[in-house]
Write a protein that binds this ligand. Structure first.
Ligand SMILES: NC(=O)C1=CN([C@@H]2O[C@H](COP(=O)(O)OP(=O)(O)OC[C@H]3O[C@@H](n4cnc5c(N)ncnc54)[C@H](OP(=O)(O)O)[C@@H]3O)[C@@H](O)[C@H]2O)C=CC1
Ligand SMILES: O=C(O)CCC(=O)C(=O)O
Ligand SMILES: [Mg+2]
Length: 736
């Protein structure tokens, strides 16, 4: 029986699922598809790994582990919605909520005291940060804005902040001592097992990693971020921001880069509040206060210590006197340094660029900003974009081209798979990567406090990535640019492989270039402005950055992206959109009963998932479902039925109604499947006749607060009812 997995996740997408999934199940059931859900929400992922703390009834399956296995199987057809990548503060909130609901799971041990606590922390650390996507992504990434989405943006351009050549906004990044500067890389001639060893100045050795199996042809790289250089850089930028009268704003990816980036974030907090840390460092240590979890968590802990009020006053004074901080929420006084996962670079930098290069100050007004991106590996794509906007003005969504991406992602490629090989170095010495024969493959001199890391990328994913790039260039006739820097150690190895594997494909007549990220940005932007399309073919980090940057400029949000992961073993993973889980949307829903989440990404993912299933099974009816969904999505865009941002106007639920109406209409009007035509004629008529009544019932459900009894594990019954408030609509769906 054809089977599609639809993931249950968190926050806004999880709310939307309650409304959309019953519709999808009713429609697809007509062709015999089994649409199964798998719960990979943060709450479920926590409960799944602590069966020994739960009653039999409370225990649940480890759905993520199952899906990880499935992703390696040709049968896989998975629709993956965005999920929370939890920072430590979020993880702790989720744990507390579950405990208050009667799940006797252990608290997060910040400072594990014994082996048992260490083991518990180990389990939680696997759930922390971006723990879902890397498990499922057994393939490379193909993300693009479908034609209908681009046409919609051209006809209904989103707001775009104007740019002035006088803007004082800019990017600050390190000139030396960072990950980029210290990178070393090699390609393995034969398979081996490596270990990573720190040899301290006194000659003693600490084994950081043991017995890591590497394949022949695999590229590895290792590098180190100098703590001294980082601290000096941060100090300097805070001074600069203050002198220039611009906002200081740090942009990291503490969720995905879950080991290195919280440490860097913590250093920014420490440097900003240097006097406070100097004076009260001991108190902080005694009370287990770490700057890595952000200012909010620090302030919360101060409530519980005797001179907490005094320290708080000093913190406030420091904020007053320091450079103005960019704000996450001006009304609530939440700064850029409050929570490590509040400002996530892939979304935050494009949002700033779309907003004339400004972020919000404490008065809630837009102000020029110094965007601080410590490591210089990729920072120049943003500085080049800012320079371009200063020179040419903002991009025009009605005329600009598009930049699809082919991303090297499979099997935890590059930096996004480096967490288990990232270490905060405890003492001066050298770190060596040593192979099974005892040869030293890579070596760095290090100092205490430095962050050392190693990345891997296997050969098979690289071959698959090159093939995918050529096939997208061929399918679209669009130039494809490999964003690789011939002066960067890792990229030098990768360029060799690209040059080896490109001739395996027919590239005649195709324009395929290799340019450094800086040159690629400049080349792509000037084409983009002139309405020309350019495929970016990039590594994993740039895949992430570029698939928010261009969509946000082109179509207003990355939620409208088609995001396909052709799995290397033949299955399909269809991600919905390229953005996140929009926590702000949940807040609006619980206070006003209006959900502004746009499910377009889900509609697009479902269409390609159905297409994949049709191809696999040869089932013509499933193909008709896919084609008609495509028609419906196009009509949905043409008629502008996306959710409004304002209460008492069409919201997520109303947008689902319109998609259903158009899908049923397209099924009723097609002739390829008489079975579906007969079935959906009736459905379409019922929906059409009852449109006013259904819309009225949906609007009536808005305007007041909705208590969903939780954030990470809301009450499922309340949620289901709240997201399906139209009896008339439900009746029609239940009758299909
Ligand atoms: N694939 C995944 O699983 C991903 C997960 N994440 C996770 O999501 C969370 C939030 O991340 P954050 O970086 O703030 O990014 P989000 O993409 O959630 O939010 C940024 C803004 O984009 C707009 N937006 C995003 N998606 C939609 C949508 N479907 N409909 C309408 N508007 C949308 C909203 O703007 P507006 O205010 O205009 O409505 C939103 O506030 C984090 O936990 C992060 O780790 C992030 C990226 C990918
Ligand atoms: O997995 C995550 O935390 C975020 C992933 C992401 O931002 C992306 O793939 O675009
Ligand atoms: Mg992203």
């Amino acid at each position: 029986m054809p089977k599609i997995i639809y993931t249950k996740t968190d926050e806004a997408p999880a709310l939307a699922t309650q409304s959309f999934l019953p519709i999808v199940q009713a429609f697809t059931n007509t062709t015999g598809i089994k649409m199964e859900t798998k719960d990979i929400s943060l709450a479920a992922r926590i409960l799944a790994v602590f069966p020994d703390f739960l009653t039999k009834e409370q225990q649940i399956e480890d759905a993520l582990a199952e899906l990880g296995e499935l992703a390696k199987n040709p049968e896989a057809n998975i629709i993956k919605l965005p999920n929370i990548s939890a920072s430590i503060p979020q993880l702790k909130e989720a744990i507390e909520e579950l405990q208050s609901k009667g799940y006797a799971i252990p608290s997060y041990p910040d400072d594990p005291k014994d082996a048992k606590e260490k083991e518990i922390k180990g389990r939680y650390d696997k759930i922390k940060g971006s723990a879902v996507n890397p498990v499922l992504r057994e393939g490379n990434s193909d993300r693009r804005a479908p034609k209908a989405v681009k046409n919609y943006a051209k006809a209904n351009p989103h707001s775009m902040g104007a740019w002035s050549p006088d803007s004082k906004s800019q990017v600050a990044t390190m000139a030396s001592g960072d990950f980029k500067a210290n990178e070393k890389s090699i390609t393995l001639e034969k398979a081996t097992n490596i270990s990573v060893v720190l040899t301290k100045e006194d000659g003693s050795k600490e084994v950081l990693k043991e017995n890591l199996a590497l394949l022949q042809g695999e590229i590895i790289d290792a590098t180190v971020m100098s703590n001294k250089a980082l601290l000096a850089f941060l100090q300097e930028q805070m001074k600069e921001a203050k002198a220039a009268g611009v906002l200081f704003s740090l942009h990291m990816k503490a969720t995905m880069m879950k080991v290195s980036d919280p440490i860097i974030f913590g250093h920014a907090v420490e440097v900003f509040f240097a006097d406070v840390f100097k004076k009260y460092g001991k108190v902080f240590e005694e009370n287990g206060i770490s700057p890595n979890n952000g200012l909010e968590s620090l302030l919360n802990k101060l409530d519980k210590i005797s001179n907490g009020a005094e320290i708080k006053a000093e913190i406030e004074k420091t904020i007053e006197n320091g450079p103005a901080l960019a704000m996450v929420n001006s009304d609530k006084g939440i700064t850029n340094l409050h929570v490590p996962s509040d400002v996530i670079i892939d979304a935050s930098m494009p949002a700033m660029i779309r907003n004339s290069g400004k972020m919000w100050n404490k008065e809630g007004k837009a102000q020029d900003t110094l965007a601080v991106i410590p490591d210089s590996s990729y920072a120049e794509i943003y500085s080049a974009t800012i320079d371009f906007c200063k020179k040419h003005g903002a991009f025009d969504p009605t005329t600009m081209g598009t930049v699809p991406n082919v991303g090297l992602m499979a099997q935890k490629a590059e930096e996004y798979g480096s967490h288990d090989k990232t270490f905060e170095i405890t003492s001066n010495g050298k770190v060596q990567v040593i192979d099974a024969d005892g040869s030293i493959l890579i070596e760095h001199n290090v100092e205490a406090g430095d962050i050392w890391r190693m990345c891997q990328v296997k050969d098979a994913p690289i071959q698959d990535w090159v093939k995918l790039a050529v096939s997208r260039a061929r399918a679209t006739g669009t130039p494809a640019v490999f964003w690789l820097d011939e002066e960067r150690a890792h990229d030098i190895e990768l360029i060799k492989k690209v040059n080896t594997y490109l001739p395996n494909h027919d590239t005649s007549g195709l324009e395929i270039l290799i340019l450094s990220p800086l040159k690629a940005t400049e080349y792509t932007l000037s084409r983009l402005k002139d309405g020309k399309d350019t495929i970016s073919v990039s590594g994993n980090v740039l895949r992430d950055y570029l698939t928010d940057l261009f969509p946000i400029l082109e179509v207003g949000t990355s939620a409208k992206m088609l995001s396909i992961v052709p799995l290397m073993n033949g299955g399909g993973l269809f991600e919905t959109g390229a953005g996140g889980s929009a926590p702000k949307h949940v807040e609006q829903f619980t206070t006003e009963g209006h959900l502004r989440w746009d499910s377009l990404g889900e509609f697009l993912a479902l269409e390609v998932s159905l297409e994949h299933e049709a191809e696999k099974t040869g089932n013509k009816d499933i193909l008709v479902l896919a084609e008609t969904l495509g028609d419906a999505t196009e009509k949905f865009l043409l008629n502008d039925k996306s959710p409004s941002r304002k209460v008492n106007e069409l919201d997520n639920r109303g947008s689902h109604f319109y998609l259903t109406l158009y899908w049923a209409e397209a099924l009723a009007n097609q002739t390829k499947s008489p079975m579906l035509q007969t079935k959906f004629k009736e459905v379409y008529n019922a929906l059409k006749e009852n449109t006013d009544k259904i819309l009225e019932e949906l609007i009536n459900a808005q305007g007041s607060n909705v208590n969903i009894e939780g954030y990470y594990l809301p009450n499922p019954t309340i949620l289901a009812e709240a997201m399906r408030p139209s009896k008339t609509f439900n009746g029609i769906i239940n009758n299909i």
